[in-house]
Design a protein. Structure first.
Length: 91
């Protein structure tokens, strides 16, 4: 009986994991238009980069600023901003 219970639990876990992985793959890609609109809304001084203070108005960007700033220059380029995971929603 214990073997049956363990096998059933293991099978359920594997099925659940497979469904979760498939759902993650089905996430829509972030569109170029979405990136453009949000990037422009944050780039208040229109210098084509987002400073830490400009990012502070959007919680999801502000919290992850250092991780998004891949070159470590203290600014987010449009390329860095667009490279954020597509599963991360814009707030």
């Amino acid at each position: 009986m214990n073997t049956t219970v363990i096998a059933t639990c293991a099978t359920s876990l594997l099925v659940g994991l497979a469904a979760w992985t498939a759902a993650a793959d089905d996430l829509p890609a972030r569109s170029t238009a979405d990136v453009e609109v949000v990037f422009k809304s944050l780039d208040r001084n229109r210098d084509r980069k987002i400073s830490r203070s400009e990012a502070s108005v959007k919680g999801s960007v502000s919290k992850r600023f250092d991780g998004i700033d891949s070159d470590g220059d203290g600014y987010l380029s449009k390329q860095e901003f667009a490279a954020r995971p597509s599963s991360e929603p814009f707030e």
